[in-house]
Structure formats: C-alpha cells, structure tokens
Design a protein around this ligand. Structure first.
Ligand code: FAD
Length: 461
C-alpha cells in the first residue's frame, strides 16, 4: 500500500472523527517554536503533516490509535505546539493528532488533580485555584500549552524555584497511556514509573490523563527589584533563595534586555539590572529590605490583576524562555542556549562570562531547584554566527566553565537535555508503540529493526 492509499483508507475509516487536510491548517499545525534556532529553522521549516485529526474523547483517541497501527502511518501528537525543539514537527509526514479537546478535569482533591492531557495549563491552574490550590509549576506559555505537552516535552519553569523540576519525585504521580496497536491497550503508570513517558516527546504512547500534585494557593505579588550591577542582582537572588524567601519566581535579567521590555519603561530602565519575582505577600517587606540592603530598590509590586490593569506582562512572562521571545520580536539576529551551572553557584563565573563574551551574549538567570538542591539555569541570548560557531561556544562553556548545555538546536531527546538514551523509555516504546510509528526521528534509541513485524499489512511505501 502506498502512503496515499494508506491515508485515504485511514480517512475513510475515521467514521465521523474530526479531521482537517487543507494546506493552511496543515502548515500551522506542523510547526512549533523551533524558529528560535536558525539551525532548526533550516531543518524543519518545510516539514509537513498530511492530515490533522482532532479527537473529542478518549474513545476517539483509541479509535485513531487503532487505525494508525492498522495503516502503519507516522503519528505526531500535538498539544499547544509551544515546544522549542520541533518536538511536534512531523519529520516523516503522516498524521498529526491534536489533543486539545481532551480537556476535562476529572478529579480535584486536597493536594492532587487528575486531568485529561489536552487541558490548557492556565485553565487547569484556574480550576485548582477555585479549590484554594495552585499548580506547583508551569511554563510561561501556560496560556496555550497543555499539561500533556508540558509533561511530554517540558522540564520545569515558573514555580521550579519552590517545587523542583517536573521529574522530581511526587510532582507528577499518575499517567494514563493509550498504546498504538490494532487493539490499543490502556496502561496506567504511577509514581516513579511515570519517568518512562515523561519528556519522551510523545514517542512512546498517547498520554490521555495525568495526575499532579497541588499546593495551597498564594496570591503572588509580581514585582521587580533594580540593582546597579548584575552581580548585585544575582547575589540578591541567590541569597533570597538560600534564605528560604517564599517566592514562586526569581529571574535575574541584565540591563541590556531593558529595550526589549518595551512596556516596562522606568520600571526596568536601561541603566539597571533587574530581578523579576513572584513573592508571597507576607515576604514583600523582607524582599524590599534585602534588595535595599544590597543597594537596590523595588520598582513595582502588584497583584496579577493590578499588573494586567497596568498593561504590563505578569512577572512569569519576564523570565525563562519568554525573555528570548521578547528579544526575538525586536531583533531576529539572536538565538539562545540553555545553560545549567555547576553547584554551588558562583556569580563571579557569570561576571567572567559577561566580560569574555561582551556583545555576543546577553544574560538572564533562573533560580530553580533540582534533586532537592538549588540549581541555577541561564538562557542567554546568543548573537547567531553560524552552526560551527554555535558549537564552538557550547564546547567552551562546557570545558572552560563546567556548565552543562542543554542544546536547543537539535530534535532528538538525547542530543538535547537528556544526553543519553533512556533504556526504560525505549523498553516502554516497544510496548506502547511496537511498530515505531510515534514521532519518528525524535529518539536515537529506536531503530527500524526493533519494530514488531506484521505479516498481514506489509510495509507502507
Ligand atoms: P507541544 O509543543 O504541543 O508538545 C510537546 C511534545 O509533547 C511533543 O513532542 C508532542 O508530541 C508531545 N505531546 C503533546 N501532547 C502529548 C500527549 N498527550 N501525549 C504524549 N505526548 C504528547 N518549557 C518548559 O519546560 N519550561 C518553560 O519555562 C518554558 N518556557 C517557554 C517559553 C516560551 C516563550 C516558549 C515558546 C516555550 C517554552 N517552553 C518551556 C516550552 C513549551 O512551551 C513547554 O514545554 C510546554 O509545556 C509544551 O506544551 P505544549 O502543549 O505546547 O506541547
């Protein structure tokens, strides 16, 4: 059977399940935010899916999974499509499954929520807030991103300062997966077993439901403290974190970013380095006093409603990869890197890096927690000078400074953050995607010879 025949047969069997195949729709649904990387942009901009299916229920997901296995079509899952590494770009065409209609909150109780995977993170957080609780963490793309996409493609973000990364124990405790077989199975993973699927880029089973920890809600104060010197800003943030100040976000952004933060005006002037933060109301006085003790000053402090009313972005859109987005809107010559610093963090290392790279790199740093310890990340803007120069820079940051680079210019799980093949994820793929149809090309751990042989259907060519 040719690909065209297989797609036609697949479509005919969809029996009322919603699908789209017009060119504009396919083009929009075949992309994510890979364009932050000129290297990925060259590689991925022409990759297109051939059909988008939009199941409305788990039953429809299961029906699609069975047809995918029957007709041996590549399948790429898609939530909000906000990933940065082409995670939901279909490298081999085929079917894109949009999961955003699976958006029901199934259960909320104290400390726990169980929800369908396609729920938008902001809607989920709102649902938690109605019960006096909130999510432990979210990406700054919470408005568009889905919880399933965050678990399958993300790592942590706003809130990680307080609660660690997604993969830290207890943060995600339940995942329900549908397998891609002629007779799809339901597999439930609990506690540490969820690591088989977490950050697997949708290569090993369709996540339809997840269970997450919740924490009592806080009405975070969105604020910024300004310092005369990036080292002062960094030292303030690290000492606030070490001192256990109750914050949901602490982001250091150096002054050269100020022109990109156009809405902030004097709240973030070009002659000061900033700490953007979400601080517990009970800690604001301490935040202010400690900033002043280091020669800083608080330039604004507002609730989320007040900050919206003032026409400003919430603090969580001033950090993590939203910072890159602000800069790229104004200047397409930038790209970026993701840097993890050696522990314990030394602000002098950052000052040495700033001196070494001058106008080639602009810096911002994220205070986080990983494996129970304080972990500082940077997502510096990098003036793009070609692929070779990008990899020379990566090698230098690793060898000279002892930093670990999570390469955002690659499409496989292993070449990016994970660094090595996760055998348990590959073993699970044999069970959940035995024909190797899911998001082909995104894991180096899978090769065609691992696929289950199916005598009856033959190969799709
Ligand atoms: P998608 O991009 O749709 O999918 C991501 C991956 O998950 C794909 O491989 C897809 O195939 C797979 N997938 C989607 N749904 C499912 C499912 N139901 N079952 C199995 N696999 C599935 N990420 C962070 O971790 N932290 C951040 O702070 C952060 N900040 C960002 C800021 C900006 C401005 C941008 C552009 C991106 C940022 N990201 C961040 C990356 C991304 O936004 C998040 O990881 C987001 O949670 C992804 O969710 P999504 O629904 O958009 O996933």
């Amino acid at each position: 059977m040719t690909r065209t025949q297989a797609l036609d047969a697949f479509k005919a069997d969809l029996a009322g399940i919603r699908f789209h195949d017009d060119a504009n729709y396919l083009s929009a649904r075949s992309k994510d935010y890979f364009w932050y990387s000129p290297i990925l942009n060259d590689l991925l901009q022409d990759k297109l899916g051939e059909l988008v299916v939009v199941p409305q229920s788990v039953e429809e997901v299961t029906a699609v999974a069975a047809l995918i296995a029957r007709y041996k079509l590549p399948l790429t899952l898609r939530g909000g499509g906000t990933g940065n590494y082409g995670q939901c770009v279909p490298l081999e065409g085929g079917v894109i499954m949009d999961l955003t209609r699976l958006d029901k909150v199934r259960e909320i109780r104290e400390g726990y929520v169980r929800v369908e995977a396609g729920a938008r993170i902001s809607r989920l957080d709102e649902a938690a807030r109605e019960t006096g609780q909130e999510l432990l963490m979210y990406p700054s793309t919470r408005q568009m991103a889905t919880i399933g996409g965050f678990i399958a493609g993300g790592s942590g973000g706003i809130g990680s300062l307080r609660h660690g990364m997604l993969r830290d124990p207890g943060n995600v405790s339940y995942i329900k997966v549908i397998t891609v077989e002629e007779n799809p199975q339901v597999i439930e993973l609990r506690d540490d077993a969820i690591q088989k699927v977490q950050h697997a880029y949708g290569t090993n089973g369709i996540v339809v439901e997840v269970g997450l920890a919740l924490t009592p809600a806080t009405d975070w104060i969105h604020t910024a403290a300004l310092f005369d010197g990036y080292d002062h800003a960094l030292r303030f943030a690290t000492s606030a974190q070490e001192g256990g100040m109750d914050c949901y976000l602490l982001t250091a952004v150096e002054r050269r970013f100020a022109p990109y933060y156009t809405k902030f005006g004097d709240y973030f002037p070009a002659d000061r380095d900033a700490i953007f933060a979400m601080v517990a109301p009970s800690e604001l006085a301490r935040f202010t006093a400690e900033a002043e003790a280091r020669g800083g000053r608080v330039s604004f402090a507002m609730t989320k409603d007040e900050i919206r009313a003032a026409g400003l972005q919430p603090a969580y859109e001033c950090g993590w990869n939203h910072t890159t987005l602000q800069a790229l809107k104004a200047d397409k010559g930038w790209t970026y890197l993701q840097v993890a610093y050696p522990r314990p963090f030394d602000p002098d290392l950052v000052m040495a890096q700033m001196a070494r790279y001058g106008e080639e790199l602009y810096w911002h740093h994220e205070m986080a927690r990983m494996d129970g310890e304080i972990q500082i990340f940077a997502l510096p803007l990098v003036r793009y000078r070609g692929k070779d120069e990008t990899y020379r820079l990566i090698a230098e940051l690793e060898s000279l400074d002892g930093c670990t680079i999570f390469d955002p210019h690659v499409v496989t799980i292993e070449d990016g953050g994970m660094k090595q093949i996760d055998d348990s994820q590959i073993a699970f793929k044999k069970q959940a995607d035995p024909y190797g149809l899911m998001n082909p090309g995104k894991t180096r751990g899978w090769s065609a010879d691992m696929a289950r042989k199916d005598e009856t259907q033959g190969e799709v060519v």
